[in-house]
Design a protein around this ligand. Structure first.
Ligand code: ADP
Ligand code: MG
Length: 231
């Protein structure tokens, strides 16, 4: 589905939360690289999609009622074969039904398993006085503990994106640290500009959360994405 179709379908259903699958479809259309992510509505379908994507895969609960998928036991990574996918499917369903008995679960998303990289977060929130702002930071423990993030008002240009990636305290981690690969910072800056351009051109987006993005020596990939529409 196109971005326009996804947005109008959500409006029709009076939904403000998009699924991860929908969010990644929209970001893909914007030119932001996301892990391949496909909905499976049954265990058999989860296996056949996994074979098509190629192992290892990741399985995640797909439900607009469950936004924190790990908290509900709804994320299984590094599944190596069909047997592992079948078992993961059952475990995800059992624990999500227990965690959120009233949630409507449409199925699971089957995803390509991204190789590890430097964990980044990017997103957009609406500030009460400034309107839409884009955000960039280091993911994982660093962002949770240190809130090491940088913000700019939309629209941004490349020079603003350069400032955002250089003003965070942990910027050394982007340069490669203790034998880790450096992150492709120019690629991340382009992602920020694409995000800003999209937000600037599109009505009715309240919040975008890409957490995590894995950054590599060459390129980066969005591993989890959430989009909230304005009410
Ligand atoms: P949550 O809703 O809990 O934020 P995520 O989709 O972010 O769920 O998944 C939790 C964690 O699982 C991620 O932070 C990441 O480390 C790992 N993960 C999720 N999807 C993938 C993927 N496609 N490839 C590799 N790792 C993944
Ligand atoms: Mg996440």
């Amino acid at each position: 589905m196109t971005t326009a179709q996804i947005l109008s379908q959500a409006r029709e259903e009076k939904r403000t939360v998009l699924t991860e699958i929908e969010a990644k479809q929209i970001l893909d259309e914007v030119g932001i690289n996301c892990t391949r992510t496909v909905l499976a509505e049954s265990k058999q379908q989860a296996v056949s999609i996994s074979e098509e994507i190629g192992y290892p895969v990741v399985l995640k609960v797909s439900s607009v009622d469950i936004t924190h998928k790990s908290d509900s036991g709804g994320v299984k990574v590094n599944l190596a074969d069909g047997k592992a996918v079948e078992q993961a499917y059952d475990e995800v369903m059992t624990s999500c039904r227990a965690y959120a008995p009233d949630a409507h679960i449409e199925g699971v998303s089957v995803q390509e398993m991204a190789k590890p990289g430097t964990e980044i977060i990017m997103g957009m929130i609406k500030d009460a006085s400034f309107g839409p702002v884009v955000m960039f930071g280091l993911g994982g423990v660093l962002v949770e503990v240190l809130k090491d993030v940088s913000f700019r008002i939309v629209p941004i240009e490349k020079a603003d994106a350069v400032d955002m990636t250089t003003e965070i305290q942990g910027k050394k981690l982007l340069e490669g640290y203790r034998g880790n690969d450096p992150a492709d910072v120019p690629f991340l800056q382009d992602m920020l500009v694409k995000l800003s351009d999209f937000v600037n051109a599109t009505e009715g987006i309240e919040e975008i959360d890409m957490n995590p993005v894995f950054a590599y020596k060459d390129g980066a990939i969005v591993v989890d994405a959430r989009i909230i529409l304005s009410a």
